[in-house]
Design a protein around this ligand. Structure first.
Ligand code: SF4
Length: 432
């Protein structure tokens, strides 16, 4: 979401006549886009501001902070750093140009943490996108779930879905401009619930999200991925839509967070282990092989070693293609911050490595099972490790490396897998 926010902010700034430069050394204005999902986000931004000031040696630019830290800390940021001239919240992105003008003209500190206003549309110019082949398309902003450990509902506000016509127009125009893949993004994409069904008429689906998936598939975009899915709202009709449409990619990211019912309840996730496993069953029993990835938080307040074992057994049952493991850390202002963070750091580290090794072994078997199979890869660029190899992602969202050259960038190729590494696969392009 933050990358997508930066793309939207850059679009607005360039429209207003700003020139975007690659380094803070020559800029008149430096804007920091911040994320607060991980700990110490505000400390990081203060450090970066310090670095910019030091490099500029007295010739200070106008400094702004946008994103989650700006939304959460508001005017307190001015008290922490007198160098900050501008604070712009998560839904004030479109007003960035006029806010910069005000800060520069008035020489005063300016803050806007207000919501979006009528008529502000999600509009991103292709020049600002992070790739000429893969585009992020936000379909929902904010979150209504209020998991007890999470700051997102406070930093990004309540769920607001984009109307489908707007999303579909964006995907069609990306396709015309040569994009090969879109990622429909949002904190919880499958909680998609637009105010009107405009654009979804004529598409079947048990939920607005599965209708939207079918509608996006009908645009003819080559590859469509979506993330993140919230388990409680994951309807099996999503799997049916993936089965019906080859261009809906065979990858689902479904964060479990824990395998223990008591911990899930304390996290206020709104589902039990069995509910989660039912969703996983629907994904695993699909006639397409759908890759499944997940997030786990270890060391949530009060998590016992037995409860951690339940998470290990859930991971064993789910056979994830990939897993992001996080050690719990308190976010001030969330309900969980009132609970004693009583799993020691040492214990968290030990559980972290136990789970990491466990997943590595499972993943090793899954990755090896790809040897001899053919996967469709969108070529993204040179591999970081060898300049005679190219790299890209498969439709099942695995990193695939293979011998090739830069003329292939932006193309879809068929790669036969010959070798499995810990977090990537290696192969050769299939000759026709
Ligand atoms: S679903 Fe829970 S973890 Fe995800 S963004 Fe919302 S509150 Fe945070």
């Amino acid at each position: 979401m933050n990358v997508a926010d930066s793309e939207r902010a850059s679009t607005k700034l360039r429209e207003a006549g700003y020139e975007l430069v690659g380094s803070s050394e020559s800029a008149d204005v430096v804007i920091f886009n911040t994320c607060s999902v991980r700990a110490r986000a505000s400390q990081k931004v203060f450090n970066r501001i310090g670095e910019v000031r030091k490099a500029r040696n007295g010739n200070e630019p106008t400094i702004g902070v946008m994103g989650c830290v700006a939304q959460l800390e508001g005017s307190a940021l001015f008290d922490h750093s007198s160098s900050i001239n501008l604070v712009v919240g998560t839904t004030a992105t479109d007003r960035l140009p006029s806010l910069i003008e005000s800060a520069r003209e008035s020489q005063r500190q300016i803050i806007d943490v207000g919501g979006r206003v009528d008529g502000e549309l999600w509009k991103v110019s292709n020049v600002e996108r992070h790739s000429p082949y893969v585009a992020f398309v936000p379909i929902i902003e904010g979150c209504n779930k209020f998991c007890s450990y999470c700051i997102v509902p406070f930093s990004r506000g309540r769920e607001q879905s984009r109307v489908a016509t707007e999303i579909l127009d964006e995907v069609r125009s990306l396709r015309e401009d040569g994009y090969k893949e879109v990622h429909l993004i949002g904190q919880n994409v499958n909680s998609y619930r637009p105010l009107t069904s405009a654009g979804l008429e004529g598409f079947s689906g048990t939920t607005p999200f599965s209708k939207l998936l079918r509608a996006v598939a009908a645009t003819g975009m080559n590859r469509i991925k979506f993330t993140t899915s919230f388990p409680r709202d994951f309807h099996p009709d999503i799997v049916a839509a993936i089965e019906e449409n080859k261009n809906l990619c065979n990858w689902v990211h479904l964060p479990a967070q824990s395998g223990s019912d008591r911990v899930l309840r304390a996290m206020r996730r709104g589902y039990k282990r069995e509910d989660y496993l039912r969703r996983v069953d629907a994904i695993k029993s699909s006639r397409r092989r759908i890759a499944l990835t997940s997030d786990i938080i270890i060391g949530f307040p009060g998590e016992t070693s037995e409860e951690f074992e339940e998470t290990i057994s859930l991971v064993a049952q789910c056979q994830y293609d990939g897993l992001y493991i996080f050690k719990y850390s308190e976010r001030p202002g969330t309900p969980a911050s009132g609970l004693a963070d009583n799993v020691s750091n040492r214990e968290k580290s030990s559980r972290f490595s136990t789970l990491e090794i466990f997943q590595k072994n499972l993943q090793g078997v899954i990755y090896k099972s790809y040897i001899g199979r053919e996967v469709n890869v969108l070529v993204e660029g040179e591999s970081a490790k060898s300049n005679s190899d190219m790299t890209g992602h498969s439709t099942c969202h695995k990193v695939i490396n293979f011998p090739g050259d830069m003329t292939m960038v932006g193309q879809e190729v068929s790669v036969t897998i010959t070798e499995a590494k810990a977090n990537s696969l290696y192969g050769v392009i299939k000759k026709n």
